[in-house]
Design a protein around this ligand. Structure first.
Ligand code: VG1
Ligand code: CO
Length: 543
């Protein structure tokens, strides 16, 4: 075995986005590409000499090969130890937990999350810090700066790596510990939730369908839902991780989890349905013929989390990303709880959680989580819902109806325009930005603009500022449209348009969101000239 130092030069475009670096798999597989970025991470965090790292991924194509390379590079860069999920698997929340539990110095998570996997699809790599959370903006900037001046990487040649057998081994001077990816995480869930109450629900005939979407949550869901909580075998569908996610798109929303939606809308639908994404950090919640929007789910969980043992003392506060609806704010205000609005991406919640300013966080993109880890957590959200269902004895639709009656309903939808020509998308945003000052008072169809700005965030903990985080247009009567470009796509640009309208009239709480939002949808198109500029008839994905 010998340490090789390979001379290299910077590779264009290794700029981390909302959640690490995400590219086509073929791009990641180019000679030296993964190596350059991995070395830039190691250098960007100040070297890894004598450090302990957690390593694992969502099992997509190239996961195992990439882990081999990363372990060889970690050994060559002087790491003391790598803790790796068996088979190279770790869900994002399980990795976050392992970093924290083992007091590791950080971790590398291999995932492109909800993006499809396979040789012709997507791959990704993200670094999480010692608190278990995504690299902060500051660390991300250091990693990116390093990608632009990198001149060499270090890698160990020779020696065997066996990812499939639990236990300790050596790679050069570095120790490798292969661990059960599920055990620690399952134990943590048992400390937060009333497993006896949930098991009682299943014993009483409560039926559930969990769609793991052929992704990493399968083994976690089988263990926790079926083995520990006694849900009947077959409760978990698509529960074996596959390198291309069964050819699917592991994004838990009504469009990509249509099979589950069909199950939940059938005549003999189960009581409860849920799904998770590629790396296990997102969740979709659906009752019998009742889809719960992620923004509403966050609000309901904020209202009722104290029914679960882990949150019985109440919540310090709740945070949501800016495009997420204000439904959670309404709960926080009613309960006298602190609430925060952050830019898109889980990295912005870390400081608030570390400082105990909030207990619960969520995003409209189906991410919900708490201070138990520093990532969003798909199964955690499902278990909290189950705990609430068990304690209240109510159905999902009964809970949501009662919630809207109490707090009003923030009708909500996100419209995505995918693979838009990048210059067209950039110009659309830039031109809208230029016109922001002229918008207030302007009439658009039946609506009048009451305000417009571009979101910037001042972190209340570390004082850093993040600008350019989305354009917001407010309408008289409590409506809002938000425009931003995705930082996780790999084809051109994805324009995300977030639409919201608050409704409090008791007889208007039962509409189809697309109908309730029709005026805002039309106004958003007029103001941003979406159809005219993109040439599209409508969005590619509506959630
Ligand atoms: C999307 C979501 C964002 C989420 C991010 C990572 O980002 O909108 O809310 O935090 O994905 O989630 P963007 O920049 O494409 O809008 V995951 O499950 O990919 O780690
Ligand atoms: Co994810």
């Amino acid at each position: 075995m010998s340490v090789q130092t390979i001379q290299t030069t910077p590779i264009d475009g290794q700029k981390p986005g909302t959640s690490g670096l995400r590219k086509k798999t073929a791009v990641f597989m180019q000679p030296g590409y993964l190596e350059n970025y991995t070395q830039a991470i190691f250098d960007g965090i100040g070297g890894i000499s004598s450090k302990t790292l957690v390593v694992g991924g969502d099992g997509r194509y190239f996961n195992d090969v990439a882990i081999g390379t990363i372990l060889r590079m970690a050994a060559a860069n002087g790491a003391a130890k790598c803790i790796v999920g068996q088979g190279g698997l770790l869900s994002t929340p399980a990795a976050s937990h392992l970093i924290r539990k083992r007091k590791a110095d950080g971790g590398l998570i291999l995932s492109a999350s909800h993006n499809p996997g396979g040789p012709d699809a997507d791959f990704g790599l993200k670094y999480n810090g010692p608190n278990g959370g995504p690299a902060t903006e500051g660390v991300t900037e250091k990693i990116f700066a390093r990608t632009m001046e990198i001149d060499a990487y270090h890698i160990l040649e020779g020696g065997d790596i066996d990812l499939d057998t639990q236990g300790d081994s050596q790679l050069g001077d570095m120790q490798i510990e292969i661990v059960d990816p599920v055990a620690d995480y399952a134990e943590l869930m048992g400390t937060l939730f009333d497993f006896d109450a949930i098991a009682g629900l299943f014993r009483g005939g409560f039926r559930m369908c969990f769609d793991a979407m052929h992704a990493v949550t399968g083994p976690y869901a089988h263990e926790i839902l079926e083995r520990r909580l006694g849900a009947p075998a077959g409760t978990v569908m698509n529960g074996t991780p596959s390198p291309d996610f069964g050819g699917g798109h592991p994004d838990p929303n009504p469009v990509w989890a249509k099979v589950l939606m069909d199950v939940m809308c059938a005549k003999d639908a189960p009581d409860f349905g849920a799904a998770s994404d590629g790396d296990g950090d997102r969740n979709m919640i659906v009752g019998r013929r009742c889809y719960v929007s992620p923004s509403d789910s966050l609000a309901l969980l904020a209202d009722k989390a104290d029914l679960a043992p882990g949150y019985a003392a109440g919540l310090a506060g709740v945070a949501r990303s800016m495009p997420t609806s204000a439904a959670a704010d309404r709960v926080a205000e009613a309960k006298g709880m602190a609430h925060f609005e952050t830019p898109t991406g889980w990295k912005f919640f870390g400081n608030l959680l570390d400082a105990d300013k909030v207990t619960l966080c969520g995003e409209e993109s189906a991410g919900t989580g708490s201070n138990h880890v520093r990532e969003k957590d798909g199964l955690w959200a499902v278990l909290l819902w189950l705990n609430i269902l068990a304690v209240t004895g109510k159905s999902v639709s009964e809970l949501m109806e009662a919630h809207w009656t109490t707090y009003g309903r923030n009708y909500y939808s996100r419209h995505d325009y995918e693979a838009v020509d990048s210059p067209v998308a950039n110009d659309l945003i830039a031109d809208l930005r230029e016109r922001l000052g002229e918008l207030p008072g302007q009439k658009v169809g039946v609506l009048t603009v009451s305000g417009a700005d571009e979101f910037a965030y001042d972190d209340p903990v570390d004082g850093s500022t993040s600008t350019g985080q989305g354009i917001r247009i407010y309408f008289e009567g409590g409506g809002r449209a938000v425009f931003r470009l995705s930082g996780t796509g790999t084809d051109g640009a994805t324009l995300r348009v977030y639409l919201e309208q608050l409704e409090t009239a008791p007889d208007a709480l039962d509409q189809d969101p697309q109908d309730a939002l029709a005026g805002i949808i039309a106004a958003a198109d007029t103001l941003a000239e979406i159809k005219a500029r993109t040439g599209r008839d409508g969005p590619d994905v509506i959630t």
